[in-house]
Design a protein around this ligand. Structure first.
Ligand SMILES: [Zn+2]
Length: 463
């Protein structure tokens, strides 16, 4: 059972997808007007960990993410006058975004969908809302009338008493205090990109894109919708209003939101000089694996204070794990197996799963891994770890790595056949039968592994 904090109910709940085997997941992607900063990346990493843990638990996950390539910010910063110019500007940042994700081991969504490729779907949804009486027009723009949707405010827990009925807001982002009728379709402005549609010329508001695209690919009701806490209002509140008003069905079952990241105890801002992109950190010589480690080491529901020390600590922790892995891989161990080591491997996986199932408690999960590493190191010092144990330990580490991504995965498979060949080869070398040793090396190679003979023993890896 996986417990997740559901913003909609305000409670931690047991997660179950509608279709028992398939999780339908939507995450709000980047607004591609700049490189994403580490606060954004923290959100994408938390979503990646969630997705990977669902995979680990045996679920098939279908993940859709939008690319916001038309909104107030992309239009402002591109200075684009045409759709083509806008797309050229945003495509560069979309590419950069996926490069950053790649460096941090964040899996690609099954579908990454561009807002500008889905204008027709947005127009269709707005027309449905028009037909049901949820909209009105003013100066060529179309607004959603929030007073017409009785559940407005249920996600952000808004108190709507005292809102000004009929007051409108044209910008994509605004505060809770400014809850107003929001814009679905914006009248064209001179010198801005525009689409000619049955609604008239103009461009979509930000919120409608996620309603239109998520329902197109995941259906009218789906399991999981994630984002950072700052999207709860107005973006996600408005998504619910648009979708549920149109379909009269529940839109999303679980809303899961990641907390903010601060830097040295302060809100990140360009003017304070504490604003970092991944590229900034890498230029300063940071290891991308350590960046990921630091960003996922605090559970997503807690605010994360990113500091130089936290990054250094992450590097130290990772080095310890890597040194451990290297030692297990290369140490010459006697043939055999220690049942206690085997038990330890099973226990660490159980504890890891338990921690992760508690609303993705990554801090606890990592602590569990380090406790286990310490135990195995003690056993190694006492010469109580054998060759079969080593394979099991490596396989266990790979399993943990599938969720937390601590190093480049080698998909190491526990294969006792390969181990037997390795043992035979080392016997052959001991008696200086190099012809046989080479033949065995070839047999191992044919099964997909290469051997490196090092100072501390033999290293075998997938080729
Ligand atoms: Zn969105």
């Amino acid at each position: 059972m996986l417990l997740l904090s559901n913003t909609l109910s305000g409670r931690v709940e047991a997660f179950q997808p509608l279709d028992p085997n398939r999780v339908k997941m939507y995450t709000c992607g980047p607004t591609v007007y700049d490189f994403v900063h580490i606060g954004n990346l923290r959100t994408f990493i938390f979503q990646d960990v969630l997705k990977r843990f669902l995979h680990y638990k045996g679920f098939d996950v279908f993940h859709v993410m939008n690319i916001t390539d038309v909104d107030d910010k992309t239009i402002r910063d591109s200075g684009a006058q045409t759709i083509e110019e806008l797309r050229r500007f945003t495509d560069g940042f979309t590419k950069a975004f996926f490069e950053d994700c790649d460096r941090l081991g964040i899996e690609k969504p099954d579908r990454a969908v561009h807002a500008t490729d889905h204008i027709e779907d947005m127009v269709t949804l707005i027309r449905q809302l028009q037909a049901k009486g949820y909209t009105y027009e003013k100066d060529g723009s179309i607004y959603f009338r929030i007073a017409a949707f009785k559940d407005y405010g249920k996600l952000a827990k808004l108190d709507l008493q005292g809102i000004q009925v009929g007051a409108r807001v044209d910008v994509d982002e605004y505060d809770k205090q400014d809850a107003r009728d929001f814009v679905l379709w914006k009248a064209p402005k001179n010198g801005e990109p525009r689409w000619n549609t049955p609604l008239g010329p103009g461009r979509p508001g930000w919120h409608i894109e996620c309603s239109a695209m998520s329902m197109k690919y995941l259906g009218e009701t789906f399991d999981l919708h994630c984002g950072a806490v700052d999207l709860i209002f107005p973006h996600h509140e408005n998504e619910i209003a648009q979708s549920e008003a149109a379909t009269e069905k529940p839109f999303v079952r679980f809303w899961v939101h990641g907390e903010h990241l601060i830097v040295n105890g302060e809100k990140m801002s360009k003017s304070k000089g504490n604003f970092f992109t991944l590229r900034d950190l890498l230029e300063k010589g940071s290891d991308p694996w350590a960046v990921r480690y630091a960003l996922q080491s605090v559970p997503y529901k807690r605010q994360l204070n990113f500091t130089n020390e936290s990054l250094q600590q992450a590097e130290i922790s990772l080095k310890r794990l890597q040194a451990f892995k290297h030692r297990i891989r290369t140490e010459s161990l006697e043939k055999g197996q220690n049942p206690k080591v085997k038990e330890g491997c099973a226990t660490v996986l159980q504890k890891f799963e338990r921690a992760m199932a508690q609303d993705l408690n990554t801090a606890q999960a990592l602590a569990t891994i380090f406790d286990w590493v310490r135990e195995v190191n003690i056993a190694l010092a006492e010469n109580c770890v054998y060759s079969e144990d080593a394979l099991l330990i490596l396989a266990t580490m790979e399993k943990l790595n599938q969720v937390l991504v601590l190093w480049e995965s080698e998909e190491f498979q526990l294969d006792s056949d390969i181990q037997r060949l390795l043992d035979e080869r080392s016997q052959a070398r001991k008696v200086r039968n190099f012809l046989l040793a080479d033949k065995i090396r070839q047999r191992i190679y044919d099964r997909g592994y290469v051997i490196e003979d090092g100072k501390n023993g033999v290293r075998c890896k997938k080729r």
